[in-house]
Write a protein that binds this ligand. Structure first.
Ligand code: NDP
Length: 465
């Protein structure tokens, strides 16, 4: 039999995805740059080995797939993708389809989509890590709708399913739309993780709770409004013990966060779009600062930043995290809406909330309600949707108390605090940018509009020195 689909790159993600495809009943032909990896993969595929066709050259790979062919690339983003496309180009026809399923920068996907490649091309965001790829990821497709429709049966079969049974595999829009949505997903992931880390810090350094108690608190929160994969795994990591020393695992892990850049891409793109996403930006900043350990230690030696005990309850921290999460997602969805307008993509915001409900790292109970709220009016900021406005009315006093007391006591809360700052601007009809406009006009004759609607003009600034 010929394979339904091909896959290149049997690393962590590609191997898991290939097994998932085979398990759902589709014969899959695989090829890897290092042949030994292909052989080992096939040898270890167990009961699924029958549906895995190992190949040792690209010619062999292409021949093993039923035409018109579809081939998934699961290699590192960047030049490796261009190299693979170039290597496949002479072997494929105009109806064959290459699907880049790595974490591409969506600008690269846009470029490839418009490069006049000799084959069809899709960019596809896959979220859920290795476990997701193996048993059900969230899949965000981008490119020509007809090309997506061709592979949709396979993608929907391997994807995670939301509680209502809907597969989390959706076409997002033309060209780079799928990778764009995946990028913002990762930005939100950075923010969710950072806010959880900040609340963890308040419990550890402000309430003096040991890791086990923090784990129980997270586990409790995972039964309520914060029910989500990231809170669930935070409970699990806080409860885990180091096999070498018996100490809580969290207490032996170096506090320098790694990153592969997708959060940074989100922040950069938000700047291009003039989309305010301060919680995500703060989360990217926090990872960067975390990596500067020597500098932070010098800072502590000079300024003695030891945080003080806090008068806060775990309930207040839970409410603060609920508020922070709503604010962060409101910013993320508003950025997606802005991108849709800027790039001419028909991005379906409720559909995006729905595709994130299962399989991906930011899956959470709250996304159901977000999908409902966005379906009412996709262009209205989520904080103004009645359901979330009511939630915020309840939770904002806690976020305010947590940020105010936390900062007063010397705790670093960049993500939670920036969410609050944004919210306070968002609920201020008469802000302070009149001062900015006056300054700009003073030094640059940029002009300004008047509140009373009379002609816009500049100056006169009689007191100008
Ligand atoms: P791995 O490092 O585990 O595997 C990389 C694979 O790509 C290997 O099969 C490797 O082959 C192959 N490869 C590397 N360089 C080249 C090249 N120049 N030409 C051809 N093949 C090459 O990576 P992951 O599986 O973790 O990641 C793959 C993609 O998926 C990346 O874009 C990543 O960002 C994305 N991703 C990863 C997630 C994760 O949780 N790990 C989650 C979501 C997306 P060889 O065996 O020869 O080295």
């Amino acid at each position: 039999t010929q394979a339904t689909i091909g896959l290149i790159g049997l690393g962590t993600m590609g191997a898991a995805l290939a097994l998932n495809i085979a398990e759902k009943g589709f014969p899959v032909a695989v090829w890897n740059r290092t042949t030994a990896v292909t052989r080992r993969f096939h040898a270890e595929a167990g009961a699924l080995a029958d549906r895995v066709i190992p190949t040792e050259s690209l010619v062999e790979l292409v021949a093993a797939i039923a035409p018109p062919r579809a081939i998934i690339l699961m290699v590192p983003a960047g030049p490796a993708v261009d190299d693979q496309i170039a290597a496949l180009a002479p072997l494929l026809g105009p109806e064959d389809l290459v699907i880049d399923a790595g974490n591409a920068n969506f600008h690269d996907t846009d470029r490839r989509a418009s490069a006049g490649l000799p084959m069809r091309f899709l960019g596809m965001g896959v979220s859920g890590g290795e476990e997701g790829a193996r048993h059900g990821p969230a899949i965000m497709g981008g490119g020509a709708r007809a090309d997506w429709d061709r592979i949709a049966p396979v993608m929907q079969a391997i994807a995670a399913r939301a509680e209502d049974g809907t597969p989390c595999a959706t076409w997002m829009g033309e060209a780079g739309a799928g990778h764009f949505v995946k990028t913002v997903h990762n930005g939100i992931e950075y923010a969710d993780m950072q806010m959880i880390a900040e609340v963890y810090g308040l419990m550890r350094d402000g309430l003096g709770l040991p890791a086990a108690a923090i784990g129980e608190t997270f586990a409790g929160w995972n039964q309520g409004a914060l029910k989500s994969y990231l809170v669930e795994i935070s409970a699990a990591v806080a409860a885990a013990a180091d096999p070498l020393t018996g100490a809580p695992m969290l207490d032996v892990i170096l506090d320098a966060a790694g990153q592969k850049g997708t959060g940074r891409w989100t922040a950069i793109e938000a700047q291009h779009l003039a989309a305010p996403i301060p919680v995500i930006e703060a989360a990217v900043m926090a990872r960067n600062v975390s990596a500067r350990i020597a500098e932070r230690q010098a800072g502590e030696a000079r300024f003695g930043a030891t945080p003080q005990p806090l008068d806060l309850t775990p309930d207040q921290l839970e409410q603060a995290l609920i508020a922070g999460k709503i604010l962060c997602y409101a910013q993320g969805f508003a950025m997606i809406e802005a991108a849709g307008r800027a790039f001419g993509w028909q991005l379906d915001l409720p559909g995006i909330a729905r595709v994130w409900r299962a399989g991906c790292i930011i899956r959470s109970a709250m996304l159901n309600d977000m999908a409902t709220a966005l379906a009412e009016d996709p262009s209205r900021n989520l904080v103004l949707a009645p359901f979330f406005a009511e939630k915020l009315e309840i939770a904002m006093p806690a976020l305010r108390a947590v940020v105010a007391r936390g900062i007063t006591a010397g705790h670093a809360l960049p993500a939670l605090a920036s969410g609050l700052g944004w919210f306070d601007m968002m609920r201020t009809g008469r802000g302070t940018a009149n001062m900015i406009q006056a300054q700009r006009d003073f030094f640059g004759a940029h002009g300004f509009d008047r509140l009373d609607g009379r002609d816009s003009h500049h100056g006169p600034w009689g007191a100008k020195a």
